[in-house]
Design a protein. Structure first.
Length: 737
């Protein structure tokens, strides 16, 4: 990529600035977004001049404007489309589109299309989802439409054509495009007929993951959502031209996507620009947003734009639609998104707010983004560690417990990497071979459901010299969730399953007063009380136990079942079963020693299999010993190929990227931000000593920090750049050229 093509791709020069060439389409150059989610009362209180000034102050390039669906904000000619209660014939949507286009902004018409009022239901009762008793599914006072009914094939296309014909938006987005979620089965005649034609069977009578018909129903629903995505895009492009895109909206959570039958990989690879509805932090913390950006880009590519709805109101817990989110809370969520490759999109509910604090938060962040825009897009991550994820594992192994069985192991390992300041990239299980050349180590956090072809891809990665870390019961199930008699990767792990199929589903969710015993035991040579039967140390401990020289046990908190190991493997620690915690007089180990492995390694090939689900436990409890052990395991597997080293206090999320001729490092200070309380202020940390390996083509002749920070002069030795930060408040971006 030349500098000229890079600058053009980054959206710095468009239109006349690129003499003799056409500007890129809107979806390749609209990075900063805003949305005022209109309420039915807003037609009588929408101060359009004020909002136009707000658009300018926040430096946005595109707006999302409510158009139709549940509520129309224009005088629709479609008799069944509900007009906003206070619309009174006004074309509020049209006025806003005209104002936005006059200000040079791209416009997305926002819809919410999967439910209607009772009057619509009365006209077309056959268009609505039904439970097994024939009663319509409802959400509040609204009726939920069926994705297999003419509502989706006739009515919604008519709405799309009307909106596009009236105002010519650049595209259309839809909050609730995928209809009824996975927790409910629709038994309407449309679904019964369509499923019978596709599967040759009647609809399943209940949720039963072991039933082949239910599994077929799951896949059938996924396929239907992709049909809707493709069909709506054909409609909008036919009505508005080849760049008039229908974009839906998507969660950044694989678990939430699965619950809505939205295939992450299939949808994201279809999208020219992805509108994320992922507004605020959950239990995983602010760093979840950077992970989301990396996750999405790892599938879409890093040349795509991924704006995310970032709530300026208090979304989450507590939930106050009309109260300002604390500025530090909103800012940290935005910053972590930027560090992960997400583009900002402020979001307000309602055009008139009595809590005026909400209007102050976005402006300084988006001004900074505008100033540094070329450095925030078209970046490639510099990471040698890949963390594998699989939506099919979420569905067919996680089933109704996916948050615990699938998401928690992933989140736990990712949190350990963030804490250890180890850069990583998410890797979809079907992209392992495509990403293999750039990775030194591959982490499989309880990827239980795995096809033979996917297992073979992991095996080939290892055979080519890559390190593999697997946890839980990785590869014990087929991609349909059927248990195997042994791990598909048993030959790689040097470990074999012995328990009954499915037994671990129960123990994986349990908590217990259990431990792991570190080998060899060292306490005979560590200061402390003696009873005379302390074992004499025999040999050296595995590098993954670095830092644990003064203890022979680590709290575990879970349960393990026996496995059989092959000759020649090493066992770093074993399982100590549960024993009482209360009353204290009874709290002593009943079975202090077992031969049940907690961690099995194969030294020559850098293969590690950890039946002990410390990744899941770390997600639950954030017990520091678990995080340290997981990080040690990755450092051992990567063999010194981790491209950054950051020394100093604090919880820091470090994200390293490259562009032609430069390296870009984001360091986000999360110290204190893991509290369940809303973030109100940042706790500064420092000094920080930073070293990073310069990528090819980067000489390390200059260093720039933004926002400005006090640093030492950069030095370069043996391909590594070194500098120090005296203090870090919330975020710094270091640009090395």
């Amino acid at each position: 990529m030349t500098r000229r093509t890079f600058v053009a791709a980054a959206g710095v020069l468009v239109g006349p600035a690129l003499a003799g060439s056409q500007p890129p389409p809107w979806y390749k150059r609209t990075y900063r977004w805003g949305q005022t989610n209109i309420t039915e009362k807003d037609p009588i209180r929408y101060d359009i001049p004020w909002w136009r000034e707000y658009w300018k102050r926040t430096r946005i390039q595109g707006v999302i404007i409510n158009a139709g669906g549940i509520v129309a904000y224009y005088p629709s000619e479609l008799p069944l489309q509900h007009r906003a209660e206070f619309l009174n014939g006004r074309d509020l949507y049209g006025e806003l589109v005209s104002a936005a286009h006059a200000d040079g902004l791209a416009v997305l018409a926002r819809m919410d299309s999967n439910r209607t009022g009772e009057d619509f239901f009365a006209q077309h009762p056959d268009w609505f989802a039904r439970d097994i008793g024939g009663q319509p599914y409802r959400a509040g006072d609204k009726y939920i439409t069926c994705v297999n009914s003419p509502y989706y094939t006739e009515y919604i296309p008519a709405v799309l054509r009307e909106i596009i014909g009236r105002s010519h938006p650049e595209g259309v987005t839809d909050n609730s495009w995928s209809g009824l979620g996975r927790d409910s089965i629709c038994y309407c005649e449309n679904c019964a007929r369509a499923f019978r034609n596709a599967a040759g069977a009647s609809l399943p009578r209940k949720h039963d993951w072991d039933d082949a018909v239910f599994r077929r129903w799951i896949d059938w629903n996924y396929a239907r959502r992709l049909e809707i995505w493709d069909f709506n895009n054909r409609v909008t492009k036919s009505a508005g031209g080849p760049d008039c895109l229908w974009l839906g909206m998507n969660s950044g959570s694989v678990l939430n996507q699965a619950r809505s039958f939205r295939d992450c990989r299939a949808v994201w690879t279809r999208a020219e620009i992805l509108m994320l509805d992922h507004q605020s932090r959950g239990p995983a913390g602010f760093q979840e947003n950077a992970d989301t950006g990396n996750l999405v880009h790892s599938v879409m590519g890093w040349d795509k734009i991924v704006p995310e709805s970032m709530a300026m109101y208090q979304a989450g817990t507590p939930y106050f639609r009309h109260a300002a989110k604390p500025a530090a809370e909103a800012r940290m969520w935005m910053i972590e998104g930027l560090a992960g490759g997400i583009q900002p999109w402020w979001h307000h509910i309602g055009a008139y707010q009595e809590d005026r604090r909400a209007y102050q938060t976005a402006e300084p962040v988006l001004r900074w983004v505008e100033e540094n825009q070329p450095l925030l897009v078209n970046c490639l991550p510099l990471a040698t560690v890949g963390v594998v994820w699989s939506q099919r594992n979420t569905d067919f192994y996680g089933r109704d417990d996916a948050a615990d069985l699938v998401e928690a192991p992933y989140r736990g390992f990712v949190q350990a990497l963030v804490r250890a300041r180890i850069p990583y990239v998410p890797v979809h299980i079907d992209d392992i071979e495509r990403r293999a050349a750039s990775l030194k180590a591959l982490i499989l956090p309880n990827i239980a459901a795995m096809s033979d072809a996917q297992a073979a891809a992991v095996r080939r990665f290892a055979q080519s010299g890559g390190a593999v870390i697997a946890t839980g019961v990785t590869s014990l199930y087929t991609d349909l969730g059927d248990p195997r008699s042994d791990f598909a990767l048993a030959d790689l792990f040097g470990t074999h399953w012995l328990a009954a199929p499915g037994e671990e589903r129960a123990w994986a969710s349990q908590s217990a007063h259990s431990y792991v015993r570190l080998l060899p035991e060292l306490r005979a040579h560590v200061w402390g009380p003696e009873v005379g039967d302390e074992p004499k140390p025999a040999g050296a401990r595995h590098p993954v136990l670095k830092g644990f020289d003064e203890t022979d046990i680590i709290g575990y908190g879970g349960t393990l079942v026996p496995v059989r190991t092959e000759p020649g493997v090493s066992i770093a620690f074993t399982f100590v079963p549960d024993f009482p915690t209360y009353p204290p007089e009874t709290s002593w180990m009943r079975t202090p020693v077992t031969d049940i492995p907690g961690l099995v390694t194969r030294e020559g090939e850098r293969i590690a299999f950890m039946p002990a689900d410390l990744d899941r436990r770390y997600a639950r409890n954030a017990y520091p010993d678990h995080g340290t052990l997981l990080a040690n395991l990755v450092r051992w597997a990567a063999e010194g190929e981790i491209p950054i080293k950051v020394k100093g206090p604090g919880l820091l999320d470090c994200r390293l990227y490259s562009q032609p001729g430069r390296a870009i490092l984001h360091v986000v200070n999360l110290t204190g931000a893991g509290s369940p309380f809303l973030d109100e202020d940042a706790l500064s940390v420092g000094p920080l000593d930073i070293s990073l390996r310069l990528p090819p083509g980067v000489r390390g002749r200059s260093l720039r920090l933004t926002p400005a920070a006090v640093s030492t002069p950069m030095s370069v030795k043996d391909g590594w750049a070194h500098f120090s930060l005296q203090s870090l408040r919330d975020h710094v971006m270091a640009i090395l050229e």
